[in-house]
Design a protein around this ligand. Structure first.
Ligand code: PLP
Length: 460
């Protein structure tokens, strides 16, 4: 009888899902995706969807790139596995490290490899702590992050994050005696949190001052690093207000606080430059990337460190006899080969030029919803953006949580054959970078139909 179970039934009975209401799963069985082509994915009923989120912000080359498949197959055939511990390496990892250093938005000295964005951020945290021990500043341990940030789900990465659902009942942020090491400051969402009449520049000044006050209150000798996504993704696609990173980094430099850029979403063209740091004017000491590094086809992430950080870490490891950090799959030859090919495809297909060429149409598409009854705000840069649904636009009042407005909108979009992401009531879009102008128009036509149905349901 077991063989007769459908995939959905089998899945509900056996699979402990990520980010899913597990209690409700039997009533809301999962969508079974069986294949993909270009920017589309297909479910087990044969229905095609425009994947408006590139899966989880990662499949930048869509779902059927043959060059990546061939690179993976060749690597599996040549050297399916080897590690990078104890002075071992492989051809692909050395080539990929060289390539990433050449692409880096600021001069970087070395690249460390891991398997996921969470692991990259965890590794960055450990490197920050190790670095400050190495330079004789062992009290400098606190890391400042932002509310609504998303940095992953491992214990340190989730502690950095600023979304309640990643903390509540997981006993996070982790408590590290004698003092908290993970601090949170306000997020740069001008539309929601600016005071009446406050310009973007004034709002940025206030947030930078808040960071300075926090550093002074904690004691500058205890604050090690600041971590930020150039554009906050899971927090609702928050493009920072004018002047934000310039003002924040001036404060960080004053107190010798390292800057970590979490480029897990923004890296590799998403914002119209190779890295979001370039678009937003960030000069990171440490840069974490993942996702589009392999177009999501294989798990791989990377942490780039500048010379200041690397030389201190290297010297300390000399004293201790080893740098005691690394994963079985750090620099996995198959993952590195696929990542290298991904970067080559970006270059061969001039994908960044393509993103820059399409960005105005993407933003015009988002802007076309600005006057809709329930849309309070839209924002976007490159090919990442969101529209935010609000119960009362004039008063800037959000919908009550139990109306599940964003969730309902995403369900309507799905019926229209479009996958979007509801982050609260912000509807995120992050389509594959290979999307054509005609496909983009189709995406917005579907979004418009979903909005028409949403209007009808909510009452115009
Ligand atoms: N950092 C950012 C900005 C992310 O968006 C994500 C995932 O969405 C992560 C880190 C965590 O990456 P992963 O899910 O690969 O661990």
């Amino acid at each position: 009888a077991k063989d007769l179970l459908s995939t959905g039934e089998k899945d509900v009975a056996t699979h402990l899902h990520s980010y899913t209401n597990l209690a409700a799963l039997p009533q809301t069985p999962p969508l079974v995706i069986v294949s993909g082509d270009g920017i589309h994915v297909v479910d087990d009923q044969g229905k095609r969807y425009v994947e408006g989120m590139s899966g989880l912000w990662c499949a930048s080359l869509g779902f059927s790139n043959k060059r990546l498949a061939a690179a993976g197959a060749k690597a599996l055939d040549t050297l399916p596995y080897y590690h990078t511990f104890n002075q071992r390496t492989n051809v692909a990892v050395a080539d990929l490290a060289e390539k990433l250093l050449a692409l880096a938005p600021v001069p970087m000295a070395r690249v460390f490899f891991a398997n996921s964005g969470s692991e990259a951020n965890d590794s960055a945290v450990k490197m920050v702590w190790y670095y400050h021990n190495a330079i004789g500043m062992p009290a400098k341990k606190k890391i400042i992050a932002r509310r609504n940030a998303y940095h992953g789900v491992t214990v340190a990465a989730a502690s950095l994050g600023g979304l309640d659902g990643n903390h509540r009942d997981f006993d996070l942020p982790i408590a590290t005696a004698p003092e908290a090491r993970f601090l949170h400051v306000d997020c740069p969402h001008h539309y929601r949190y600016a005071q009446d009449g406050e310009t973007e520049q004034d709002f940025s000044t206030r947030l930078a001052q808040q960071i300075e006050e926090r550093i002074l209150a904690e004691g500058p000798e205890t604050v090690a690093a600041f971590i930020a996504e150039p554009v906050m993704g899971a927090g609702g696609v928050l493009v920072p207000p004018a002047g934000y990173f310039e003002k924040v980094q001036a404060v960080l430099r004053k107190y010798d606080v390292l800057m970590i850029a979490d480029e897990v979403i923004c890296g590799f063209g998403r914002t119209g430059n190779m890295f979001g740091s370039t678009t937003l004017g960030i000069q990171p000491d440490i840069l974490c990337c993942a996702k589009a590094l392999s177009s999501g086809y294989v798990p791989i992430s990377a942490v780039m460190v500048n010379d200041k950080v690397h030389s201190a870490i290297a010297a300390n490891s000399g004293k201790l006899g080893s740098f005691g950090h690394g994963y079985t799959y750090s620099g996995h030859p198959v993952a590195c080969a696929v990542a290298l090919e991904t970067l080559q495809v970006y270059e061969d297909e001039k994908l960044i030029d393509h993103v820059q060429a399409l960005a105005p149409a993407f933003q015009a598409g988002l802007r076309s919803f600005a006057e809709r009854r329930w849309v309070g705000n839209w924002r976007g840069v490159g090919l990442i953006g969101a529209i935010e649904l609000m119960a009362d636009k004039a008063a800037r009042t959000p919908f009550a949580a139990d109306r599940k407005a964003g969730y309902r909108f995403a369900a309507l979009a799905l019926e229209e054959g479009l996958i979007v992401r509801a982050m609260g009531d912000s509807i995120g879009l992050c389509p594959p970078l290979i999307i054509t102008a005609a496909e983009l128009a189709d995406l917005f036509a579907r979004l418009t139909r979903a909005m028409d149905r949403f209007d009808a349901e909510m009452g115009v």
